[in-house]
Design a protein around this ligand. Structure first.
Ligand SMILES: NC(=O)c1ccc[n+]([C@@H]2O[C@H](COP(=O)([O-])OP(=O)(O)OC[C@H]3O[C@@H](n4cnc5c(N)ncnc54)[C@H](O)[C@@H]3O)[C@@H](O)[C@H]2O)c1
Length: 382
């Protein structure tokens, strides 16, 4: 199967590219280095330097023998999208290529504008490219659990059966996001659902929770192949940030009461979820939605786990509740369903003490590179 990964330089895109080639897929990646550019502009950097995409492809070929085709360009530009699809006609597309940071999207008018335009235009270009070059291809799109928000009823897997005045209809589950970034993901889902109805596409939309970790089966022995590991408030996901804070002796920054609960997953499980979705494609004319996470934790629970494992490793980890910069419920009901991917064969890599220990031990090796002023930028929602 020929798989095109949009956003192949990213935190998830690069590990996915290696994983799929190691399973026999023919893979091409496209990326504009937008994430690298935005990090530079906001003066934040990953924990360690990551070689550019061509260098990583070279390194992966050297150790594995597998090749990955690279396209560098902006997927918001139609001419580039046409070149990519004309050169590498895919059977499936994994679409990661978006501005993925909620805090970045809430920074200012310029960042809001970039997030909105980039995310929607890339998705629209993908839709038109599939129609023109490969109408039967399966689109695997990364959404987010954040699309649902924190409703006071159970969260279903994408769809809700509604009985109203004696009649019945199935609707997309109601969505109410907590940032502009998450709102663009809702709009993406709406766009895809519209074109599934119009043009009979086959689409899997994966409502993914925050991902943690950096080790996969393909990169464990080779630091050159590791993905970005951001620990700043803008691009770092919460557990990755807490691990770095623990290592450098910065009190773990729990926002508000810390009872905000979300579904999390190990980066290894992201790769499996993508592969399982590709192996079991959506049907023609179907928008299939899976909730992609393996465990739920409150921020308090996460911080206590990091504290306990860190202290056992000889660190002195403190937790500090700081004023919540976000506008979100700090106490809420949360019961999201997540059976679809397990039914396809996902066996979770859970957040054990050993997993945390491996992350902390790795970050300790890079402790001298941590810059404290990246950790807390105080980006406010309102
Ligand atoms: N990382 C998570 O915890 C998480 C959780 C839920 C959903 N997601 C979603 O998964 C996807 C990947 O996330 P990530 O953490 O790997 O983010 P990332 O920023 O590391 O990767 C996205 C990649 O897409 C590229 N890109 C963005 N716009 C582009 C454009 N116009 N043209 C070409 N390339 C472009 C970026 O340069 C970057 O390399 C995103 O859509 C994100 O919303 C991520």
């Amino acid at each position: 199967m020929r798989v095109l990964i949009l956003g192949g330089d990213g935190y998830l895109g690069w590990p996915t590219a290696m994983h799929l080639t190691s399973k026999g897929y023919k893979v091409a990646v496209a990326d504009s280095y937008l994430r690298r550019r935005l990090c530079k502009e906001e003066d934040v950097a990953p924990l360690f330097e990551v070689p550019d995409l061509r260098e990583r492809v070279f390194a992966w070929k050297y150790v594995s023998g597998y090749n990955i085709k690279v396209f560098i360009g902006d997927l918001a530009e139609w001419e580039f999208v046409e070149t990519v699809f004309r050169t590498f006609i895919p059977d499936a597309i994994v679409h990661y290529a978006e501005q993925p940071s909620a805090p970045y999207s809430m920074l200012n008018r310029r960042s809001a504008n970039l997030t909105l335009k980039n995310n929607l235009v890339v998705t629209l270009n993908l839709i038109f490219a599939v129609r023109k070059f490969c109408p039967d291809a399966h689109i695997v799109k990364l959404g987010t659990m954040g699309e649902y928000g924190t409703p006071n009823i159970d969260i279903e897997e994408g769809w809700l059966d509604v009985d109203h005045k004696g009649r019945h209809q199935k609707f997309l589950y109601p969505r109410q996001a907590g940032s502009l970034y998450h709102t663009t993901k809702i709009m993406d889902t709406d766009l895809l659902w519209f074109y599934v109805r119009m043009w009979n596409f086959r689409v899997t939309d994966l409502m993914q929770g925050p991902v943690y970790g950096l080790f996969t089966n393909e990169n464990e022995d080779n630091e050159q192949l590791l993905p970005f590991f951001n620990y700043d408030e803008i691009f770092g996901t919460v557990l990755n940030r807490f691990v770095v804070q623990a290592v450098v002796g910065y009190p773990l920054t729990v926002y508000g009461k810390g009872n905000q609960t979300r579904g999390y997953l190990n980066i290894k499980d992201t790769l499996t979820c993508i592969r399982l979705s590709l192996e079991n494609p959506a049907k023609i004319g179907e928008l299939r939605i899976f909730n992609q996470f393996t465990e739920t934790f409150s921020v308090n629970e996460l911080s206590k786990k990091v504290q306990s494992v860190g202290n056992n490793l000889g660190l002195n980890v403190n937790i500090q509740h700081i004023e919540n910069p976000r506008k979100e419920a700090e106490e809420h009901y949360y019961n999201p369903k997540h059976t679809g991917l397990s039914e396809l064969g996902l066996r979770a890599n859970l957040l054990t003490d050993e997993v945390l220990e491996q992350m902390i031990t790795f970050v300790l090796k890079h402790k001298s590179k941590i810059t404290i002023d990246q950790i807390h930028r105080k980006i406010k929602w309102a």
